[in-house]
Design a protein around this ligand. Structure first.
Ligand code: M6R
Length: 364
């Protein structure tokens, strides 16, 4: 039931503060500021590296998790697109944990990658929404994302849920391995408890996004740039826009522009720059200036701060809430979901069922 919403997607975006909260309640012991992951089937010493595998949006949450794993643990991390992984000559390693991320739990390529790992007697874990799915059933261990049924083909609350569960896993492995200092761990959990509220406040960026969205639908193409923690979100923002508004959108690491894509920039081209005030801020702002100098119309998405942004000629700025660096990706995601939603709405497209796509891709 869509309730008062026009589309399931709109409803699922607005539900995010609640779904995140529900998921935090499942995993976080709020009194002791600890994370509970029950029945983890392996001894922590048996794991020295991690491989995360998924498709589409789920792959983007794998990429996000790589940054968090590297920041908060000493584990070696690789990520893979399921349709690539399944046909490569992989080096299977006994001390590696294979994590499969899938909303539906039925994606054919992700299942095939899991099956391959199972046949090689690897340690398999899945991060799913649908717990009675094939991927959940056939993996050694399941971490549900607890976000409720997702109906819109474009994944929104499930993406947030995947990121959340992966982040929770990162923190837990970080403390168990003693990679994370106890105080830092406690602080990160305290911050995490504030996330639903911060997402709720960030949902209010609505009207500005609605206004700028027509520039994206009218353009030949657009780019989404970010560095570090913001790079996976840039990819996800571009995917959402392609999928829903049927316009070309490219997600790119901001630092790669000079190696080719800068040639695409022409007068009036809309470019989203994700530049929260983390360690990458200055670098990303200088990349932003380079695209502005070539005529790009920049929509800057950053977080609220006392300092002004040092740059002129920014077309529009959207401010998300502030949070610790680990949590900024969740907040940056919200305006990008809305951007894709309003762009598709302006064109009158079928938002919950974009052309040529299915919610669950059960054939390769
Ligand atoms: O059910 P899954 O999470 O395995 O689905 C993977 C992708 O097909 C899915 O995330 C797809 O990219 C979304 N439609 C993107 O919004």
């Amino acid at each position: 039931d869509k309730g008062d919403f026009k589309h399931f997607m709109a409803k699922e975006i607005e539900e995010q503060p609640t779904t995140l909260k529900n998921c935090i309640n499942e995993y976080v012991d709020k009194i002791n500021n600890d994370i509970n992951i029950y029945n983890f089937p392996w001894n922590i010493k048996e794991i020295s590296s991690v491989t995360l595998i998924g498709c589409g949006t789920a792959y983007h949450s794998c990429l996000m998790a790589k940054y968090w794993f590297e920041e908060n643990t000493t584990l070696e991390v690789t990520i893979d697109i399921a349709s690539e992984f399944r046909y490569r000559k992989n080096r299977f390693k006994d001390d590696n944990l294979y994590i499969f991320v899938s909303q539906s739990g039925e994606t054919a390529d992700t299942y095939a990658a899991l099956d391959l790992c199972n046949k090689n007697n690897m340690k398999t874990c899945s991060v799913v929404n649908v717990i009675e799915s094939s991927i959940a059933r056939d993996s050694n261990f399941v971490l549900p994302i607890h976000c409720g049924q997702e109906i819109g083909v474009a994944s929104t609350k499930a993406f947030m849920g995947q990121m959340l569960v992966l982040y929770i896993l990162v923190l837990k492995l970080g403390i168990l391995r003693k990679d994370l200092d106890k105080d830092l761990y406690l602080n990160k959990i305290k911050d995490l408890k504030l996330l639903p509220k911060l997402v709720e406040q960030t949902l209010l960026t609505e009207s500005k996004i609605q206004t700028v969205s027509s520039s994206f639908t009218d353009a030949k193409g657009s780019m989404f740039l970010g560095r570090g923690f913001s790079y996976p979100i840039a990819l996800e923002g571009a995917l959402k826009l392609k999928e829903l508004a049927y316009v070309h959108a490219e997600g790119y690491p901001a630092g790669e522009m000079k190696h080719g894509p800068l040639a695409l920039i022409e007068d009036g081209m809309p470019v989203v720059v994700l530049a929260p005030r983390d360690n990458y801020y200055k670098k990303t702002i200088s990349n932003m200036q380079e695209v502005i100098a070539r005529g790009a119309k920049v929509l800057l998405i950053t977080n609220k701060s006392k300092d002004e942004v040092f740059s002129e000629n920014i077309w529009e700025t959207v401010l998300v809430e502030s949070a610790n660096d680990d949590l900024l990706p969740f907040l940056l995601t919200v305006p990008l979901q809305k951007l894709a939603y309003y762009s598709a709405l302006k064109k009158g497209y079928d938002i919950d069922k974009p052309r040529n796509l299915a919610k669950s891709v059960t054939v390769e």
